[in-house]
Design a protein around this ligand. Structure first.
Ligand code: HEC
Ligand code: HEC
Length: 319
């Protein structure tokens, strides 16, 4: 009797092991999934104004990950602040070099990647690369105009790419949890810049402020940012370049957030990293010097309209 039970247990454990091993080898072999590429009909519309605007956006949105300190251009680098469980991740050379950069990509291929996260060969890029889900068509066009321009940051540079080595966890999540974003089917208009709350919301969404400043990257809703868990309530555990945790601040209009802050204090913090009566803001928060005072103030005006969240986030210092 006893031996039959043991045999039964042994069989069940054996079966579970076989299933786990099969999943492991299947996912390891399959890797990051690929998707069909349905290119839109699109050619970049370039002008000096578009390039200027695109440069400003790219400095705030792309340079943080793609800037290489040695070349001084967007030739890619290792993502030292990515969680180690994901395996080593390298951003890529996005200068106009034809071999290592994006010199051989068409405008439509760039647009498709930036919107959906799917590369021209169909390969899916996990969420460690930003996706411009809600950005106005005009602004995405401006970023592509900048990438195609003769600005020094994107001039052809033959620095070779280093390949990321995604871990099993990254592969598993890319197959089960993470999905590409849909290509917008309608025109996304620019915000009304005369309406500060509307402009501020647009910037809070599209400069990805919400993504770091809500509860957790895992529970963010990129399609509808204000549906993210703990929207702007802070406490998300981002990493600095040494892999130490730097919790994000509560930016809701609660007294544990920025409820007692003046608009002027907020603008100084966002543009220059200066906080009243405290030490300067640290990485991965970076100074948004490219924002005008009006734009930074608009983010403040918008944040004053969102639901307050009671969440006191302590700043932990390591030095
Ligand atoms: C959080 C970091 C991060 C940000 C922000 C980011 N990227 Fe990337 N990007 C990456 C990584 C990492 C890869 C490599 C992905 C891979 O190979 O799977 C990548 C890949 C790319 C590629 C594909 C290049 C190739 O040769 O395959 C392009 C194009 C690109 N990024 C453009 C941009 C632009 C434009 C922006 C700003 C709007 C941007 N990225 C913002 C991290 C980032
Ligand atoms: C990559 C993640 C990240 C992004 C994106 C980000 N922040 Fe932050 N932010 C942080 C972190 C982390 C801190 C806390 C830094 C510290 O404690 O030194 C912070 C702090 C702040 C503070 C200080 C608040 C306080 O109570 O001290 C303000 C204001 C702020 N961020 C505004 C913004 C705005 C506005 C945006 C978008 C334009 C933005 N942040 C985008 C990570 C981010």
């Amino acid at each position: 009797m006893k031996s039959k039970i043991l045999l039964g247990i042994g069989l069940v454990v054996g079966l579970i092991l076989v299933v786990i091993l099969s999943v492991f080898f299947y996912i390891s072999g399959k890797g990051i999934p690929s998707y069909e590429v349905k290119l839109p009909d699109y050619t970049v519309k370039s002008s000096p104004e578009a390039i200027e605007r695109g440069k400003k956006l790219a400095l705030m949105l792309c340079a943080g990950c793609h800037m290489n300190r040695e070349t001084g251009k967007l030739t890619g680098t290792q993502m030292l602040d990515a969680p180690a469980e994901f395996g080593p991740i390298y951003s890529r050379n996005i200068t106009q070099d034809k071999n290592y950069g994006i010199g051989n990509w068409t405008d439509a291929e760039l647009l498709y990647l930036l919107r959906t996260g799917i590369k021209k060969d169909g390969q899916y890029v996990p969420p460690y690369m930003a996706k411009l889900t809600n950005m106005a068509d005009e602004d995405v066009n401006a970023i592509i105009a900048f990438l195609r321009s003769d600005e020094a940051l994107v001039a052809a540079d033959p620095t070779p790419d280093k390949d990321s080595d995604p871990s099993f966890l990254t592969k598993l999540l890319s197959n089960l949890a993470w999905k590409p974003m849909p290509m917008p089917t309608e025109v996304i208009p620019m915000p009304d810049t005369a309406d500060q709350v509307q402009l501020g919301k647009y910037l809070a969404y599209n400069l990805e402020c919400f993504s770091c400043h809500s509860a957790d990257f895992k529970t963010n809703d990129f399609m509808n940012p204000d549906q993210s868990k703990g929207y702007f309530g802070g406490g998300n555990q981002t990493l600095n370049l040494k892999g130490q945790i730097v919790a994000t601040a509560n930016l809701t209009p609660h007294e544990t957030g920025i409820g007692n802050w003046s608009q002027e204090d907020f603008v100084k913090a966002v543009k220059f990293g200066l906080v009243p009566n405290d030490r300067a803001l640290r990485y991965p928060m970076h100074p948004y010097t490219q924002l005008s005072d009006y734009e930074a103030a608009s983010i403040y005006e918008y944040l004053m309209t969102i639901p307050p969240i009671d969440n006191k986030v302590e700043r932990v210092f390591y030095d």
